[in-house]
Design a protein around this ligand. Structure first.
Ligand code: IMP
Ligand code: MG
Length: 419
């Protein structure tokens, strides 16, 4: 059998349903790997009605044999320990590999995250307040505590003191002894899992194992390519698999782009197809997994998807929440923008906040509320799906020149159709 090396990425602003798709796909993979972000991510997996939420652990954990947390992540050891305990209750034979090179998120980073947001005042990003930005700042400032430091109380204390010395004005007084002891204690339980994740992946690859890399957030939140400054602090696109896990990009041959049938976003920043009504939020229960915040909602945005398809070089697509979109009487898709008189089919490199954006829309007929018919569709495959839904899917495929292979009609693992 041919080895499969795949990446799942989000094509919008996060919350596309990557968790569900990753869980679904992972019956075919041995290892599932996170390569970016931290517990700002919130991935929900539903198996036979039972909901499991992941923040740091890859969402493929229920199916894959090994979960890997790559060096590109920033990890809160206390939160990770809690998640591992939950995971072990559900699946005690799971193997866990945590890169020693991943950065550590501490209480100080959470304090800084909130302080920075306060100081940004009316230009605040609306972060998840999990300390992610400040932890990446320390990575690039060459100040991070690394996961491999957690076995030395002295290293932890020295690094925290250095952080305070350099950033003390913002954090205010912090009980370094307490924070160090908490980190050391969590570290002593995590240390058995900490190692060279890159070498582990190399060995797995040589053994012919199937490996799935699971992106967190989405293309529009990428630190380089997203709607800066309203982005997260890591690279979210497929290209960051290599730097975030130490696995060569030359070996990745399959990139699966996941998008929701409409668009949602938590936090501030540009959102051209935003709708000023609560319909989709209510129908789709659109509240953040990590923060519980109501998500902003809008129509599907093709300039964003074209841009994300190009950036990630996706070769197949997965669409989620079509069941929800059908609950609306009328459906629209943003097909292009006009910005300051110029046409854009793809999301542009920079949009001036002062610019006027007009979105061109195509209107579609609804397929209606299919909730009571979903189990029937699951048994019958793609061709039995409602005509209007197939028209919608095929319009997107034509626009992106890429096939939608995976169709999700509900949050449960079972509610999935593969074309
Ligand atoms: P941070 O990653 O907490 O710094 O937040 C930066 C921006 O990214 C904010 O707009 C967050 O709402 C957004 N964000 C971060 N992680 C996620 C996610 O997993 N899903 C959706 N939005 C996210
Ligand atoms: Mg999420």
């Amino acid at each position: 059998m041919v080895t499969m090396i795949s990446v799942v990425v989000g094509m919008q602003f996060g919350d596309e349903g990557k968790g569900k798709i990753t869980d679904y796909l992972c019956s075919n993979y041995d290892d599932v790997v996170r390569f970016n972000g931290g517990n700002n991510a919130g991935h929900t997996v539903v198996i036979d009605g039972k909901k499991i939420k992941f923040h740091l652990i890859p969402s493929g954990a229920m199916q894959a044999g090994t979960v890997v947390l790559g060096n590109g992540m920033v990890i809160d050891p206390l939160k990770l320990l809690d998640e591992i305990k939950q995971l072990k209750l559900a699946k005690d034979n799971i193997k866990i590999v945590i890169s020693g090179r991943a950065g550590v998120v501490t209480e100080l980073h959470r304090i800084l995250d909130k302080k920075e947001e306060e100081l940004r005042s009316n230009s605040s990003i609306g972060t998840t307040s999990q300390g992610i930005g400040p932890a990446y700042e320390d990575k690039y400032g060459r100040l991070s505590i690394k996961m491999y430091d957690l076995n030395s109380i002295k290293k932890i204390k020295d690094k925290l003191n250095q952080l305070i010395a350099m950033k003390g004005l913002l954090t205010g007084p912090v009980d370094i002894d307490r924070v160090s002891n908490e980190l050391y204690s969590a570290g002593s339980e995590l240390y058995e899992y900490i190692g060279d994740a890159s070498e582990f992946l190399e060995d797995e690859y040589r053994l012919g194992k199937n490996i799935l890399f699971e992106g967190a957030q989405g293309a529009m939140l990428d630190i380089d390519f997203g709607t800066y400054p309203f982005v997260t602090s890591s690279n979210t696109v497929a290209g960051s698999v290599s730097t975030g896990s130490g696995f060569s990009f030359r070996r990745v041959e399959d990139v699966i782009g996941v998008f929701k049938a409409y668009t949602t976003k938590v936090g501030s920043g540009i959102f051209p197809t935003e709708i000023g009504s609560d319909d989709l939020r209510i129908a789709g229960n659109e509240y953040g997994t990590t923060t519980g915040r109501p998500r902003r909602t809008g129509w599907l945005d093709l300039p964003i998807l074209r841009y994300a398809a190009y950036l990630n070089d996706v070769n197949r697509l997965a669409i989620t929440k079509l069941d929800i979109l059908g609950k609306l009487n009328q459906i629209k898709v943003g097909t292009s923008y006009i910005i300051d008189g110029k046409d854009y089919e793809r999301f542009p490199d920079k949009i001036d906040p002062e610019s006027e954006i007009t979105v061109n829309y195509e209107t579609f007929e609804t397929w209606g509320d299919i909730s009571s018919r979903i189990s029937g569709y699951l048994g019958s495959g793609y061709d039995a799906l409602p005509y209007n839904m197939r028209k919608y899917i095929e319009f997107i495929e034509d626009s992106l020149n890429c096939s939608i292979d995976i169709i999700s009609l509900g949050e449960d693992r079972k509610s999935t159709i593969v074309k």
